[in-house]
Design a protein around this ligand. Structure first.
Ligand code: NAP
Ligand code: MG
Length: 462
């Protein structure tokens, strides 16, 4: 057990203002592995002041130099990749391979992409008799969740720093250790004092203080829709900019003529990965009634194969929430084709990979985000029916379409109300904008569109 001290503020680890601590638990064995300080309003205030003081200097730093610092940061993340992966496995419970490739690997790719974008982005343009400057929005308050703990921090910090903004991050209470590691990496990369600051703490205390701080110009939040709504209300009351990445209930639409086995297997892997704790997971599989029974059988077999390889959920609270949803699915008449509410291990916050068949669009498990390894398989009669079901939730974050050919899949995907669609198993692209239609959020992350969120225009007329 390691008792960590201090928060990274103004380029140094400073003691917290108050005595409170947060215990970090390994969800695989329920042991307390560390404590971190629980930040208060005072800590947040110190961090925001440091970020404000550093803003003019960083905003005036030439983009090529900001790019060089981001490239150095990427190199530190590469050098510390094993340590990052081990830390995420310890505090989130994700299997070591996933921690290496995704939890440590994706932040490296994203930091690298912003090193490149900072160097090449047109921060100035001409239109008619005007010059338009793209200037940093200012001080960013970033509030992040635990599901991809380093990615969520990097997906906000890297574009913000590329834009010339300064940042205060409040990471999720369940996963503060990789956030601390990231602060060390920022320091090692030679990013000037105050440009990046970290305050660990509880959402309703440190998170809320950050959202409410008058020295914060933009609040960027990823997490639940319930908290997102509050953050949005605080920000609009203070006329601050706000970006919200919220929940999802994405559809995996398998059209007749698609490679059914592949579509089902990739679909199940997508839902079970990270124990289902992925906002963009395709938690609803839509299958034509003629292929329905075969698809359910394939999905159940694929889920059963996951069995022991799946990690735990992040906390007892999340495990209990997910088990509650499974019980609700059964109570509302869905049929368990794999898994169920019983825990597969005595210790740890595990939930069995679960597949529900005979799910109808109005059921709770077909409407609400479960955030666990639970897949619902729904039947449709024709394409219009499939589209109605796919678009029939309050969310619109991601999705997938499988068809005999790309043209047919794209024609369907154009009609979907969602921010991202993978066509016939398309790969993740760290440059593609990510974000939600409808109640999945406001704003976009990643790539040039993610950078633009941290910029505001000023125009000169000649
Ligand atoms: P959450 O409560 O919304 O937490 C997200 C972040 O907001 C955490 O840092 C949290 O701090 C902080 N927070 C909580 N209450 C706050 C408040 N009143 N003011 C300011 N900040 C506050 O999410 P969660 O409960 O940890 O995760 C559960 C749900 O979030 C999931 O079931 C899923 O629906 C959604 N989620 C979505 C995404 C996405 O990418 N779209 C990612 C992860 C989770 P604490 O850690 O101290 O609570
Ligand atoms: Mg929470």
């Amino acid at each position: 057990m390691k008792a960590h001290d201090g928060m990274y503020i103004d380029g140094a680890w400073r003691p917290a203002a108050g005595p409170g601590v947060i215990e970090v638990v390994n969800p695989a064995d329920e042991q307390v592995i560390a404590t971190v300080p629980a930040g208060t309003v005072e800590d947040v205030d110190a961090a925001v002041r440091a970020a404000r003081a550093a803003l003019p200097g960083w905003a005036a730093t030439p983009p090529a130099e900001r790019a060089a610092r981001l490239a150095a940061l990427r190199d530190v993340l590469v050098a510390r990749q094993d340590e990052i992966a081990e830390t995420v496995t310890a505090e989130l419970g994700s299997p070591p391979k996933l921690s290496q490739t995704v939890h440590a690997g994706v932040p490296i790719a994203v930091t690298g992409s912003y090193a490149e974008l900072a160097a090449t982005y047109a921060f100035e343009e001409r239109t008619g008799n005007s010059t338009v400057l793209h200037e940093p929005v200012g001080v960013v308050g970033a509030i992040t969740p635990w599901n991809y703990p380093l990615h969520q921090i990097v997906a906000k910090t890297a574009p913000a720093l590329a834009a010339g903004c300064t940042v205060v991050v409040k990471p999720a209470e369940d996963t503060p250790l990789v956030a601390r590691l990231f602060a060390e990496a920022v320091h090692e990369a030679g990013i000037p004092a105050g440009v990046f600051n970290l305050v660990t703490g509880l959402g309703p205390v440190a998170g809320q203080a950050l959202a409410e701080h008058p020295g914060v110009d933009l609040v960027s939040f990823t997490g639940s829709t319930a908290v997102g709504r509050r953050i949005g209300a605080i920000a609009s009351g203070m006329v601050k900019k706000v970006a919200l990445e919220l929940g999802g209930k994405s559809a995996n639409v398998i059209l007749p003529g698609a490679d059914l086995a592949r579509a089902v297997n990739v679909g199940v892997a997508n839902v079970m990965s990270n124990s289902g704790q992925t906002c963009s997971a395709w938690t609803r599989m839509l299958v034509h009634h003629d292929q329905y029974d075969e698809a359910v059988e394939l999905a159940a077999a694929a889920a059963a194969k996951y069995g022991d390889r799946i990690g735990p959920l992040v906390s007892a609270t999340q495990r209990d929430r997910v088990r509650g949803y499974i019980a609700k699915g059964v109570a509302e008449g869905a049929r368990l084709a794999a898994g169920g509410p019983d825990s597969p291990h005595e210790r740890g916050y595990y939930v069995s990979p679960t597949v529900f068949a005979d799910v109808t669009p109005g059921m709770t498990i077909a409407q609400e985000e479960i955030f666990g390894p639970v897949l619902s398989v729904l039947r449709y009669t024709d394409e219009d029916d499939a589209l109605r079901i796919a678009n029939g939730t309050v969310y619109g974050l991601a999705g997938a379409v499988w068809a005999a050919d790309e043209t047919e899949a794209v024609a369907f995907a154009r009609r979907m109300e969602t921010g991202q669609v993978d066509i016939n198993g398309g790969r993740f692209n760290p440059l593609a904008p990510f974000g939600g239609y409808k109640q999945s959020g406001v704003g976009r992350e990643l790539g040039a569109h993610g950078l633009a969120e941290y910029l505001q225009t000023k125009s000169f007329q000649f």
